[in-house]
Design a binder for this molecule. Sequence first.
Ligand SMILES: [Zn+2]
Length: 257
Amino acid sequence: MSIKFTILGCGSSMGVPRADGSFGNCNPAEKKNYRTRCSAVISSKYSNTLIDTSPDLRFQLLKNNIKKIDRVLYSHTHADQTHGINDLRIFYIKSKKKIPVYCDLYTKNYLLKNFKYCFKNTISYPAILKLNIIKKNNYFVDKNTNLNIKSIKVGHGKVNCNAYIINNKCAYLSDVNMIYEKDYKHFTNLKYFVIDCLRFKKHPSHFNLDEVLELIRILKPKKSILTNLHVDLDYNKLKKILPKSVLPAYDGMNFNL
Ligand SMILES: [Zn+2]
């Protein structure tokens, strides 16, 4: 059964253009430069597994015609990955079941503290989500589709982030500036490597272009897709300077696993 991976959003934390209308160095005439905040969905005929709930989630789901959400995996606590959580409400109302959410303990505590009403019944509204701790290896079976999602801790400045590897074919790391060397084996020779590439200049919590290209040289994925792109990185200018096997992401970009 085919599994489709869709990048719902590939923009940095403020998106492109930013809320004040600034495109930075990105050409507004190029549609692929319009970037919402990072999130992704893994779809089969029977299920949709969402990675993160960006503040642009409602718009992203409408644009990609996604009518149900079966589970949500969180990579980390940052606002651009979590603050669209309330847009999950309609999927609880439709299915009449709490949507399972998977994350690490740190993220669990953050979500419970900041979005308690989603997980605990209040006087006016029922809880819509159920929290689960993510395992190193997660197996989800939806009819005849098997999804194996590995979770691996990576460094993201002062916090950790969970990288996800889907069916040993595609890694998704939207927010990262360090992969532990002991874990390189998990990321080597993958079919798709979706990787944080914030900008040209070095950054304390995201990879920059030089660092990503060096990592790609070591890990040798068949295809690499750069995400979490800041206003510095124009789609066409970036495409021109990248090796053939490395592509800048755009919102809605998808491929089959
Ligand atoms: Zn982050």
